[in-house]
Design a binder for this molecule. Structure first.
Ligand SMILES: Cc1cc2nc3c(=O)[nH]c(=O)nc-3n(C[C@H](O)[C@H](O)[C@H](O)COP(=O)(O)OP(=O)(O)OC[C@H]3O[C@@H](n4cnc5c(N)ncnc54)[C@H](O)[C@@H]3O)c2cc1C
Length: 343
């Protein structure tokens, strides 16, 4: 693998903050990665990245940064109604979704236009508009970065949860220890609409689509997301900065009695998911910055998104995030958990 020294990461993170990797290599072959890991297992573990859309870098990175850039997409087997497809880690997620739709395959349409690479998608079990990849992910292939050994994880071994997986919550023993190199999805030729979440149904109605197919749902999701979310190519951000807190039914009932208009949704095990964006907006943070001169801000249209208006440092964005966290905790007693990896 070819390492570049003192490599600037500004265009490798969607916040667009300045940070430097002491060493950086793009991984384009599983064989190379296995050999490199086997030879460097005793060294500092590498820092794995994909598209950098779920990272907040507040400092330079001393560990070797490996960008998983493996490319390729294929049908593994086709059983008629069910088709197993595989994408390599370095494929961009959205073009991969469009590729599945072109093959007539359904299951990923609600996840259209999520930025980033396929290899990072399982790390936080990406989800949108009522669908998570845990529902269609069949298995994934990894390389242990300490030993160079390949290991397959089937869906049940990934311990998927809301924006979570064993690769995220497994702590240092898991994070950066397994480089995900390929991901397999079990998709269907039969379309089952999932359009009850958010504005998808309304978007379809407005487009005069009466009986939608998967491509229609994808187009509706793309239209909604393009309107609602700031494009990282224009204004630095990492999408939703905080997870929606999931609380017990008792805590939710107590909050509802104080804030009747608080949006909430049923979650697993009788728990309740509270809309973090509403909490932040209600706490008065929408559009705010910590100081008039800071380029780090809460987005003025979407309170869940922190943005870099140009030149903000990772530390400034993190200070803003912590101020939001503290204020929401004081006002609602709920501690917001960041969704991106904070470095
Ligand atoms: C505008 C915008 C909208 C977004 N909307 C959504 C949304 O609707 N739903 C959602 O779930 N997310 C959303 N996100 C977050 C982000 O797109 C996803 O988390 C995406 O999967 C990140 O991919 P990435 O390749 O950029 O990951 P990176 O930011 O590069 O990495 C994310 C994490 O995964 C690890 N990692 C990366 N690649 C690998 C690999 N191959 N093997 C092992 N570990 C790896 C990294 O170490 C890091 O911990 C949004 C982000 C933006 C900027």
């Amino acid at each position: 693998m070819h390492f570049l020294r003192e490599f600037p990461l500004t265009s490798f993170n969607s916040f667009g903050v300045a940070a430097t990797a002491r060493q950086f290599a793009a991984v384009t072959s599983e064989q190379d990665l296995m050999q490199w890991c086997a030879a460097h297992g005793d060294d500092t573990p590498p820092f794995l990245i994909g598209g950098g859309c779920n990272l907040l870098l507040t400092r330079d990175i001393e560990a070797p940064v490996l960008q998983l850039s493996l490319r390729g997409t294929r049908v593994v087997f086709d059983e008629g109604n069910t088709v197993l497809v595989e994408a390599m880690a370095g494929e961009s997620w959205h073009p991969f979704v469009l590729w599945t739709l072109k093959q007539g395959l359904c299951g990923l349409e609600n996840l259209s236009l999520i930025p980033g690479f396929v290899g990072a998608a399982p790390v936080q079990n990406i989800g949108a508009y009522g669908v998570e990849i845990a529902e269609t992910l069949h298995s994934l292939m990894t390389i242990n970065t300490q030993t160079g050994e390949p290991r397959e994880f089937v869906n049940s071994e990934c311990a998927f949860g809301y924006r979570d997986s064993v690769f995220k919550h497994g702590g240092d023993a898991m994070r950066d220890c397994y480089a995900i190199t390929r991901v397999r999805f079990r998709l269907s030729r039969k379309f089952t609409p999932r359009i009850d979440y958010g504005d998808v149904k309304l978007e379809l109605q407005n487009a005069a689509v009466v009986s939608p197919n998967a491509a229609d749902v994808s187009r509706a999701v793309i239209a909604i997301r393009s309107r609602k979310l700031p494009d990282p190519a224009v204004i630095g951000n990492a999408g939703s900065f905080f997870k929606n807190p999931v609380v017990s039914a008792e805590i939710a009932a107590s909050l509802k009695s104080q804030f009747a208009d608080m949006p909430h949704y049923p979650a697993a095990d009788g728990r309740v998911k509270i809309a973090a964006g509403w909490l932040i907006e209600r706490a008065g943070w929408k559009g705010r910055r910590l100081s008039a001169t800071s380029a780090a801000a809460v987005h003025d249209k979407h309170a869940l998104v922190l943005v870099n208006h140009g030149g903000a440092t990772g530390a400034e964005l993190w200070a803003l995030a912590q101020a939001v966290q503290a204020d929401v905790f004081e006002k609602f007693g709920l501690m917001l958990e960041p969704e991106p990896r904070i470095v």
